[in-house]
Ligand binder design. Structure first.
Ligand code: CA
Length: 406
């Protein structure tokens, strides 16, 4: 290209030098030069990659935000640059402008952690947090009550910035050392949704009067939310083994959940492994446990939209609804503990109830992943869970990471 320009330039100078400025030749030369420069610019534009091609894996990076945590379970943003993170041993920590505060916002002391899967788990920020500063948490503790002597308690308190107001009980649920659910989330209807596992009593997942094996829908005072499938009953859906992820699909406002499948803890259906589920939750829906598992069918019971076998051990889930990472728009991200990966479901554009494809988000290698949330700026935050007794912690574990464009 440079050679052509040089030729034209030389031609032009030769001509103008030789003759006493012939207007026709001059005009042809200028037209040619302009054409060549235009072609050159078009060519450069074609070959030059876009400034931020974030459809490419290489265009986003996963970077640690804070470390030195013990089994962070739930991440909840309270503002653009501040989030709370629950540590399973019982502390709620504050991270502001990327810095972890030494002092906990608050803690729960009666938490059960040593003998199972329990402890401080779910966190949720009130939809009206801006004005009421209310935060909700869910944890299990040794209550000495019920079949297992363990209860789950949902509390609420005001977030005063560096400390919390008095903890008030919202709801107490008979529970267990295992399969405690305890994920909290506010729906688009502003009611509080609570996942509760079968609490080691699988049959109760089919009993409407028991809170075990259910997704509950309650008011912030712990009452059954108005409009529930059975009036006065907190039950929203039933037949769950241990759901620990809930999220609402943008556009449809449809609730989805993820739950752990059986892991060889007994005979019959309990002896099976795999069969982790992502479910589309409809009010009053029966999701089968412990009568069916995996992709088995039964009249009146709803099959998962995605089933994982072998198991991935799903933790938190989220639908991406930001603009910062458009390649994730509308997709469901699933934090996986056993799978040590961030799984992804893409739904059909003409049928958002149906999964079109599944994959994993490449470049995410942090060990066991417990939670995944969208930050106010559209980046994605994930937490490792390598200190939960089932992982292999490295130097600064556990950590919260941020997935954002490079
Ligand atoms: Ca099921």
């Amino acid at each position: 290209m440079a050679r052509i320009i040089r030729r034209i330039r030389n031609l032009f100078y030769e001509r103008t030098a030789r003759s006493s400025l012939q207007p026709k030749v001059l005009l042809v030369g200028v037209v040619l030069l302009v054409s060549v420069i235009t072609l050159l610019l078009i060519n450069i534009a074609k070959n030059d990659p876009p400034k931020r091609d974030i459809s490419e894996t290489e265009a986003y990076a996963v970077s640690p935000v804070v470390g030195g945590l013990d089994t962070p379970w739930s991440i909840a943003f309270t503002g653009p640059d501040r989030f709370l993170v629950s540590e399973r041993p019982g502390r709620i920590r504050v991270v502001e402008n990327g810095k972890l505060s030494d002092t906990s916002l608050t803690s729960v002391s009666t938490v059960e952690v040593n003998n199972g899967e329990g402890g401080l788990m779910g966190l949720a920020v009130d939809p009206d947090y801006a004005t009421n500063k209310l935060v909700y948490a869910c944890y299990t503790y040794n209550s000495g009550e019920g079949a297992n002597g363990v209860s789950a308690r949902i509390i609420k308190f005001t977030d005063n910035g560096t400390n919390a107001g008095t903890q008030q009980q919202v709801l107490k649920i008979p529970n267990s050392h295992w399969h405690s659910g305890c994920r909290l989330g506010f729906g688009p209807d502003k009611f509080l949704y609570v996942t509760n596992g079968d609490s080691s009593e699988p049959d109760k997942a089919q009993v409407d009067s028991s809170m075990s094996g259910k997704i509950l829908r309650i008011t912030t005072d712990g009452a059954a939310a108005p409009g529930n499938p059975v009036a006065g009953n907190p039950m929203y859906s039933k037949g769950h083994r241990n759901p620990q992820g809930i999220a609402w699909q943008p556009g449809t406002n449809q609730l989805f959940s993820a739950e752990h499948g059986p892991s060889n803890t007994g005979s019959g259906i309990l002896a099976r492994t795999g069969g982790d589920e992502v479910n589309r939750i409809v009010p009053g829906g029966n999701y089968g446990w412990p009568l069916i598992s995996h992709n088995e069918t039964r009249a009146g019971m709803i099959n998962p939209v995605a089933m994982y076998d072998p198991a991935i051990a799903p933790g938190g889930i989220m639908f991406y609804n930001g603009t910062l990472l458009p390649q994730f728009k509308g997709k469901l991200l699933v934090a996986a503990l056993g799978g040590k990966a961030l799984h992804m479901l893409t739904f059909k554009t003409d049928d958002p109830a149906t999964v079109a494809s599944r994959s994993t988000v490449s470049g995410v290698s942090i060990g066991r992943i417990r939670d995944v949330v969208q930050a106010p700026d559209g980046s994605i935050y994930i937490s490792s869970s390598n200190k939960d007794g089932r992982g292999t912690p490295t130097g600064n574990d556990d950590q919260v990471y941020r997935l954002a464009p490079r």
